[in-house]
Design a protein around this ligand. Structure first.
Ligand code: NIG
Ligand code: FE
Length: 422
């Protein structure tokens, strides 16, 4: 047994202790806030968290290594439930072109868009892609994220998609950032099959999904269900193939149009429906009534200058909302959850408490990890952040710079800000 770690004297400890289900509606405002609280971790798991006297009464606290969080906020590590982090470099020509007013189709016509990243990823070796993902993983940890969903989707053929998933497995196994792999072959139709999209979908459903499942390379399958990409009927087929293979379901829903994808997700029991920019009353009703988490990625709206999804209406209707970065080279080159919290509060009018719940507990539920991740309670993973703030509301209030002073994954210090000596 390794010595325990005791984090004490925080000005505010946010435990998010509560019921074992995604937090919806008013539950999203419940922080489980303890003043001067403490957390005791041993062998990767939390032994006790909460009121200092109770935590210190545990015998393991006696010889624990002490970390002093005096005057700081302690909260669960962020669980970022949507990202596309395996790519081969930024898309700077797209960035400049968009600033000059070019649309998605024009950028694609100039050799940009998703397919340009596919070109780069197909050329890259596994080692090159792994080096890029390692660098990103470090940045996520520095920003306070301890668990990250990681999608494929820039390979678009069996070999290249499996290559990406193997990269995710390799870097995830190295740690310390925990990666949850998602296969999204149905991200776009590759150029070589642009006139035979039905054949590509057949390959996704009959070849790639079974292969990813057989090699245990994916936990979830996602599909970009939207105008110009994959139809509702296509998404249904992807869901059926995924369920047959025993994989969880996710969907890029109503990002570009009102498509009915949210209802499909709720009916199919998907873990999350993501983006939701065009979600209308029907989609909001379906998500509020079902168990599917509404995962919002407002960094992409910010970066593209597009209207934000109806976050307030979703929460007020009783949906469980998660917040994620959508880190990718095309629509959101941001790994910093603090920036997402800033956007969620100032642009979508989530309260600071709702936004933090969405970035921790509900992110965990969007990945099917709600019973082990996302809260600071006895038995949960020892994943937490000491944040450079005395009051939790400062986390979304200040923006434009990281604030994670110390990040712990499974009780181990995996990031320490320069000059922070707890
Ligand atoms: O989440 N919508 C699909 N996929 C990404 C963008 C991918 C890209 O442009 O490279 C997204 O926005
Ligand atoms: Fe995405």
């Amino acid at each position: 047994m390794s010595p325990a770690v005791l984090i004490q004297n925080s000005s505010q400890l946010l435990t998010f202790a509560g019921e074992d289900h995604p937090r919806r509606g008013k539950e999203m405002s419940s922080l489980g806030l303890v003043r001067q609280g403490a957390v005791l971790i041993q062998d990767g798991k939390i032994l006790a968290a909460g009121v200092k006297e109770l935590v210190l009464s545990r015998p393991e606290a006696k010889c624990a290594e002490v970390i002093d969080a005096k005057g700081k906020v302690v909260l669960p590590g962020f669980v970022d439930s949507h990202s596309h982090p395996v790519f081969a470099g930024p898309r700077l020509a797209d960035f400049e072109g968009r600033l000059q007013g070019l649309g998605y189709a024009e950028l694609a016509g100039r050799g940009g868009g998703i397919l340009s990243t596919v070109h780069g990823v197909r050329q890259a070796t596994e080692a090159q892609l792994a080096a890029g993902l390692r660098l990103s993983a470090r940045r996520f940890l520095e920003a306070g994220t301890t668990t990250l969903e990681a999608k494929s989707g820039y390979g678009l053929d069996l070999e290249s998609e499996l290559k990406i998933l193997r990269v995710i497995r390799t870097v995830g196994a190295e740690g310390p950032l925990e990666l949850v792999p998602t296969f999204i072959g149905a991200h776009a139709v590759p150029a070589e099959l642009k006139d035979r999209p039905e054949e590509y979908l057949r390959r996704v459903c009959e070849d790639m999904i079974p292969a990813a499942a057989r090699e245990k390379l994916a936990s979830f399958v996602d599909v970009f269900c939207d105008q110009g990409y994959f139809s509702l009927e296509d998404a249904r087929r992807v869901f059926e193939a995924s369920s047959r293979a025993g994989l969880g379901l996710k969907i890029h829903a109503e990002q570009l149009s009102r498509s009915g994808a949210s209802r499909l997700a709720a009916e199919a029991g998907a873990a999350s429906a993501d983006h939701l920019d065009f979600a209308g009353p029907e989609a909001i009703g379906a998500l509020a009534a079902g168990g599917t988490v509404a995962c919002l990625v407002p960094g992409s709206n910010y970066f593209l200058g597009k209207p934000y999804p109806p976050a307030r209406a979703l929460i007020d209707a009783g949906a469980a909302v998660a917040l994620a970065t959508d880190f990718n080279p095309g629509t959101c080159p941001c790994w910093d959850m603090r920036m997402i919290l800033s956007i969620a509060t100032t642009q979508m009018r989530l309260s600071p408490a709702e936004a933090l719940c969405a970035a921790t507990v509900n992110g965990a539920w969007a990945l099917g990890l709600g019973k082990t991740h996302g809260t600071l309670e006895a038995g949960r993973r020892g994943d937490l952040v000491i944040y450079d703030a005395e009051d939790y509301r400062e986390i979304p209030y200040y923006f434009g710079s990281g604030g994670a002073l110390l990040t712990l994954k499974g009780g181990q210090v995996v990031h320490r800000a320069a000059g922070f000596l707890p």
